[in-house]
Design a binder for this molecule. Structure first.
Ligand code: PLP
Length: 503
């Protein structure tokens, strides 16, 4: 394509296709004055390049505008309501971002002497302390890099504990209502995964569970609240049955937002539970930023937790990297350095600014908001289960029956209404699932607009306007992708100036 010398700016630029940065500007133009390169001599063994390397030639304002325009075409939690179920897309407080960027924290080097990083070690220790208080569990592994990583680390810890008592078990039970990463983690840890059916109330069927529990089961992995947005009301009985079988009770605690400050999982008999700091403690998923999945452990699993960990010694804080004499039970390192330090800063800032009353209110408001959506939409959409929900509300596609509109079409039409769609086709326990998680940070006005928009769409579908849905979205920079296999075209990849674009 001929390189346009300039690009459209202002509002008009937002409506038009944004050319690749390589198709903008002029060769040789630059936003900075670079000093002339010193002759390489023979330092590069004749490998130095003489010609242009195909960098785009733009001034600084042209570059800034290009990226700003691209950013404005995107949709994020800062641009609007983002009810993606199972992701807890809550507002990300700027305070945490500001603190994580303080140079005394951001510029630390993980290999600098511990005596010069006492503040950072104390911060990790404080974050760990408050997470233990909130979960009611005596130990916590801070290093896992995300929720799924926490699951793997938790299961590895369970396996070590079982091996230490000479008990090689092969199966992990995973309820149908579990998050999808649970069976994947159990499989990655070498276990055979066995599904446990849900009952008509969207919870674990206790009879099925009891039938499956035997001396070959290493653990159950229960997501609570589960992916139907429901609290497992039999959780105390589940814990007792699992322990009677000599197995461990793993809880996927990524949905902790629904119960933080109100329920301490340790009191429910849970042995091992990961938290998604990037869901409950701000910094939500979706931006591709780092996650953090600390794993809280019961007394029985604590001696097997991975190294290193932060401890308070006589001379200050220290990172314990080796076991003392008579040790040898602990797992080794599961992550480079000390985990996602910047996430600990944000999570601690969040906990301290909220306080215990504020955290409790987080859970209460998150649950209230989800139930507000349920109440507003239950007559227009179809909730599969009776009764109130926790922090997320699930609908199936029965309300679309006979309309020719699918869950996917409905979600695409929501984009034109100005909303990011909810999670669709997950969980698998209901047909054409629509899982919405409003979080506590959305206002009543936003929820009302959302309810009105969805009611309007449901009405439109019922009136038989299926083509409208199939053609959506219409108001976005990109229209709907044709995801059928037949539509797949060879992908053109960019090559430096002079070369032809190749497949
Ligand atoms: C319930 C639940 N479990 C596990 C995970 C996996 O977490 P991650 O994406 O950080 O690996 C998620 C992700 O959002 C989740 O919602």
């Amino acid at each position: 394509m001929a390189a346009p010398e300039t690009t459209f700016t202002g509002n008009r630029g937002l409506q038009l296709e944004e050319p690749l940065i390589f198709d903008q500007g002029r060769p040789g133009r630059s936003g900075v004055d670079l000093p002339a390169a010193a002759p390489a001599g023979d330092r590069l063994g004749g490998l130095e390049r003489q010609g242009a390397i195909g960098l785009p030639g733009l001034s600084e304002p042209q570059t800034v505008r290009h990226y700003l325009r691209l950013g404005q075409k995107n949709y994020g939690i800062d641009s609007g309501f983002f009810p993606l179920g199972s992701c807890t897309m809550k507002h990300n407080p700027r305070q945490g971002e500001k603190l994580a960027r303080l140079s005394g924290l951001a510029s630390l080097h993980p290999l600098q002497p511990q005596s010069t990083a006492q503040g950072a070690l104390e911060l990790i220790d404080s974050c760990a302390h408050w997470l233990k208080v909130l979960t009611g569990m005596p130990a916590i592994v801070m290093s896992p890099a995300a929720g799924a990583h926490g699951e793997l680390v938790g299961l590895m810890t369970i396996r070590s504990a079982l091996e230490a008592r000479g008990d090689a078990r092969r199966r992990v039970l995973v309820p149908e209502s579990a998050h999808g990463t649970n069976p994947a983690s159990a499989h990655a840890c070498g276990y055979a995964v066995e599904s446990v059916a849900a009952n008509g109330r969207g919870r674990i069927d206790m009879d099925v569970l009891k039938e499956k529990l035997d001396s070959d089961v290493a653990a159950i992995m229960l997501t609570n609240p589960n992916t139907c947005g429901l609290f497992e009301t039999d959780i105390i009985d589940i814990a007792a049955a699992v322990h009677d079988a000599g197995a461990f009770f793993y809880c996927d605690g990524a949905n902790f937002n629904a119960i933080v400050g109100r329920v301490r999982p340790g009191d429910l008999g849970i042995d091992c539970m990961h938290l998604n700091l990037h869901k409950t403690f701000s910094t939500p998923h979706g931006g591709g930023g780092p996650g953090s999945g600390p794993v809280a452990l019961a007394e029985s699993l604590a001696p097997f937790a991975p190294l290193p960990y932060v401890a308070r010694g006589a001379d200050g804080f220290l990172l314990v990297e080796h076991e003392g004499q008579g040790g040898g039970k602990r797992l080794g390192r599961v992550k480079g350095f000390h985990g996602q330090f910047g996430m600990f800063v944000r999570a601690l800032a969040y906990m301290m600014s909220m306080g215990s009353d504020g955290l409790r209110q987080v859970a209460e408001d998150a649950v209230l908001n989800a139930n507000y959506l349920l109440a507003g939409l239950k007559d227009s959409l179809s909730p599969p289960f009776e009764g109130p929900c926790m922090h997320e509300v699930l609908f199936d596609d029965r309300f679309l029956a006979g309309t020719g509109v699918t869950t996917l079409d409905f979600a695409k039409a929501m984009i034109d209404e100005g909303f990011h769609p909810m999670t669709i086709y997950f969980p698998l326990v209901v047909h054409g699932a629509m899982l919405m998680e409003p979080t506590e940070t959305e206002s009543k006005e936003t929820l009302d607009q959302f309810i009105d928009a969805l009611k309007g769409l449901a009405e439109r579908a019922r009136k038989g306007d299926a083509d409208y849905f199939r053609g959506a979205p219409r108001l976005t920079p990109r229209r709907r992708l044709d995801e059928t296999l037949a539509a797949r075209q060879p992908v053109l990849r960019w090559r430096p100036a002079g070369d032809k674009a190749v497949e």
